[in-house]
Write a protein that binds this ligand. Structure first.
Ligand code: ADP
Ligand code: MG
Length: 634
């Protein structure tokens, strides 16, 4: 099913600036909550309609420049060239904005094929004023836009001359300057033949029926907890949810840095700013009121939390109380909409050996805050039905003889291929570091070191906590590595893809060349991660998107899909740990289980009870809905 995001109308803040010839704003109008739609007037001109809910203003589009560098943060701008008007859009749900801007660009380009109505005809037409909402982009619009672009490119072969430059007032120095400096960041830059030869609409996001249902429930404003087995697309859906909510008031978080990175967010601890949360409530409130932290709490309207199973119950209760105090609102969680997701049958919170684990749902605020519980049931990481049902049994702590037999049979699996060895999933973090270091040392050949470029070297610790790659990476020929970012999904270069370093490029950078299991060999270049730090400031790290992959911890693997894994389950100590480890594999063929003991397969009894109760309540709700529908139909 297609996510509902195709309407040519967006809701956002807008600043309308009327510029003089040197680009300074003579007049500025800010509308905090505006509705912007795209349509056509009585002469079929493309028109942007901006409304504040009462009054509306129409802008006829002749020549435009679009700036979209910060589109992922819900910001973009449209400059109407002959009129010298700038429309600055902000706080718009990112996915909608992307779609809107692409629609605007394609319709504008395609429209160049049609001859505009001349002034005289307009004056004499006597047609009533009209605004008709634009039709969705069709294949023919894209073809026409590309045709017009190819034509314009052949007429202006000089690199860097975009279509929109035509018609810029010759005396307008500022405009020309803007064009040169900023067009590399704009959609218009995409029009250059050297960059992107053809235009296309953004890939349509396809969600399953159950995923769409969750998205729509979230958009209706309710506090939702959605759960489901490993690989049912919870994090995938969360990313869509982030893209559908207004960015200024939406905070995407997760219990661990690695999980936060999957959804482009920060850790819940970084958002909250109350340390471990073990201090008294009064002290936590003081901490949350510090400059830079307070603003998170006051501006947040939608709080997203992934991998909730690893959030401690008492910490969650503290957050709830802090939210009420800092926001000065006595509603649950201070009125913040909670969008919480995870699987309590995976890893529990990390606690000291002496204290007992308390899950969030055991906290006193859970029931008060969570209005609705939903479940995703369709597993998307694995496709083999037999493997899926084996994993389901493990998830529930049931290890039948048949399940044990199937897992033991994997002991002899040859998961190595093309020099790519299996990644060992470890129960203990120390084993991971020792294994990776030792194996790298044992390799012959020269070692290459890559230093990260951090936006703020003083905040290395904060960046380390959020970023999946290290400040320094050491590699040698033969090093087992794993991608830490989606580089090109269509070619299989996805987060977690396994490979081996086969050589280093000649030259001063000595970039590593990696052969991946999917068959692709690629030179790996530095990539960039951006995180929100305290007070909403952006932190970034530029580094190779690679991690050593002889071993990783089960804890860090939660949320990942892995190509070939080897698991030693003898030291499993937590409920859910065996399930998390096994469910990383995409298929049984990519899995090798060593020293398996059925006793390590355990599900926490409180969690089982919680899920049982949840399903009973859902069945009840369904029955009453069925009864209602039956009566309606009578
Ligand atoms: P979970 O968070 O529930 O463990 P993920 O969100 O990591 O699961 O999803 C598992 C895999 O399924 C990922 O590779 C993800 O890209 C894919 N996936 C999930 N939902 C969809 C969808 N609607 N369309 C395409 N791929 C999907
Ligand atoms: Mg996930």
């Amino acid at each position: 099913m297609l996510a509902k995001q195709l309407s040519p109308e967006i809701q956002s803040s807008i600043t309308i600036e009327y510029l003089n010839s040197s680009g300074q704003a003579l007049k500025r109008k800010v509308i905090r909550n505006s509705f912007i739609s795209l349509g056509r007037n009585e002469f079929r001109d493309l028109v942007l309609k901006v409304s504040d809910g009462k009054l509306q203003q129409n802008f006829v589009i002749k020549q435009i420049q679009l700036f979209t560098r910060f589109i992922r943060d819900g910001k973009a701008s449209v400059v109407l060239l002959p009129e010298n008007i700038q429309l600055l859009i902000s706080n718009c749900p990112a996915d909608k904005l992307k779609h809107f801007m692409k629609t605007l660009l394609i319709k504008h380009e395609a429209g160049k094929k049609e001859k505009p109505v001349n002034e005289r005809t307009r004056l004499l037409s006597g047609l009533p004023r009209m605004f008709e909402t634009i039709s969705p982009v069709q294949k023919k619009d894209v073809e026409q836009a590309n045709e017009m672009r190819a034509k314009a490119n052949s007429e202006t072969p000089v690199k860097g001359k975009g279509l929109s430059h035509k018609g810029v007032n010759g005396g307008n120095r500022c405009q020309q300057k803007r064009t040169r400096t900023e067009s590399s960041n704009s959609l218009i830059a995409d029009l250059r033949p050297s960059k992107k030869p053809t235009l296309s609409m953004p890939k349509q996001i396809r969600l399953s029926t159950e995923q769409s249902l969750v998205l729509n429930t979230v958009l209706s404003g309710r506090n939702v907890f959605f759960t489901g087995s490993a690989g049912t697309g919870k994090s995938y859906l969360l990313k869509r949810i982030v893209g559908a909510l207004p960015p200024k008031s939406t905070y995407a978080t997760a219990s661990t840095g690695v999980a936060a990175c999957h959804i482009g967010g920060t850790t819940l601890h970084a958002f909250a700013g109350i340390g471990s949360g073990k201090a008294s409530l009064e002290q936590c409130i003081e901490l949350a009121k510090r400059p830079g932290v307070r603003q998170h709490w006051t501006s947040c309207k939608h709080l997203i939390i992934d991998e909730i199973s690893m959030v401690e119950g008492e910490f969650f209760d503290k957050l709830e109380a802090v939210a009420r105090a800092v926001r000065g609102k006595d509603e649950p969680f201070g009125g913040i909409q909670l969008i919480v997701c995870g699987d309590f049958l995976q890893l529990p919170p990390v606690t000291q050996a002496s204290s007992q684990t308390k899950f969030c749902f055991q906290g006193k605020s859970w029931r008060k805050c969570i209005h609705l519980t939903m479940e995703l049931t369709e597993v998307r990481r694995q496709t083999d039905k037999n493997f899926i049902s084996l994993l389901q049994a493990i998830r529930l702590g049931r290890c039948t003889d048949d399940v044990a037999r199937q897992l033991l049979q994997t002991t002899n699996h040859k998961v190595e291929r093309d020099g790519i060895l299996a990644t060992r999933l470890c129960t203990h973090k120390d084993d991971v570091e020792i294994t990776n270091e030792r194996r790298l040392q044992q390799l012959p050949g020269e070692s290459h070191s890559y230093e990260a470029l951090d936006s703020d070297p003083m905040l290395v610790k904060t960046i380390n906590a959020q970023c999946p790659v290290n400040q320094q990476i050491q590699l040698k020929k033969g090093a087992q590595v794993m991608l830490a970012k989606n580089l090109d999904v269509s070619r299989g270069l996805v987060n977690g893809a396994r490979g081996v370093v086969i050589k280093f490029e000649e030259g001063n950078k000595n970039l590593p060349v990696v052969r991946f299991l999917c068959g692709v060999t690629e030179v790996i270049k530095p990539d960039r991660w951006v995180f929100k730090g305290h007070g909403g400031i952006y932190l970034s790290r530029q580094q190779l998107p690679l991690k050593l992959a002889w071993a990783i911890s089960i804890h860090k693997s939660q949320g990942m899909s892995l190509d070939c894994v080897e698991i030693s389950l003898s030291r499993v100590f937590e409920s859910g740990q065996a399930y998390v480890a096994l469910s990383r594999a995409r298929n049984l063929e990519g899995l090798r289980v060593m020293d398996f003991d059925p006793k390590v397969v355990r599900a926490n009894p409180y969690v089982l009870q919680f899920y049982h109760q949840m399903q009973k309540e859902r069945a009840l709700r369904q029955t009453s809905l069925d009864d209602f529908l039956d009566k309606e139909n009578c």
